[in-house]
Ligand binder design. Sequence first.
Ligand code: AMP
Length: 143
Amino acid sequence: MSVEQILLNKGRNVVTIEPTKTLAQAAELLSSWKIGAVIVADALQPVSGIISERDIVRAISNKGASALLEPVSMHMTRQVVTCTKRADIPRIMEIMTTSRIRHVPVVEEGTLIGIISIGDVVKHRLAEIEAETQAIKEYIASA
Ligand code: AMP
């Protein structure tokens, strides 16, 4: 299964935030959308960074609650690992494991067209395993 097929099922909506917004505003977005990371975008760049719940926890641990008033740009990761819609799920699992990340934005020709989370990967891998198990059971029953 490819990233494109996952996006067909889950849709292409990506929650973004401007780099000048505060960590508190980023935390509000994560909470209201029930997600773990948002893409940081500005007028010039569709993906200028990514900020995840881990970045917010780290900022509060280092600086205390006052970190929540600081801009997202101070705490985001700037070197964002992305994929294209043609990437397959084993490749995404490899990227997530080796880079220790749980979110991979999907970019085509400079345009952000979706995001794959570790939850999406697990959900689709489980569906594949269930289909394989069913096929094996049917094969055994027909033998
Ligand atoms: P996560 O596991 O996605 O919550 O993120 C863990 C750390 O990796 C945080 O510092 C994120 O900013 C960073 N991160 C998450 N996704 C990516 C990505 N696609 N590319 C680069 N860094 C990322």
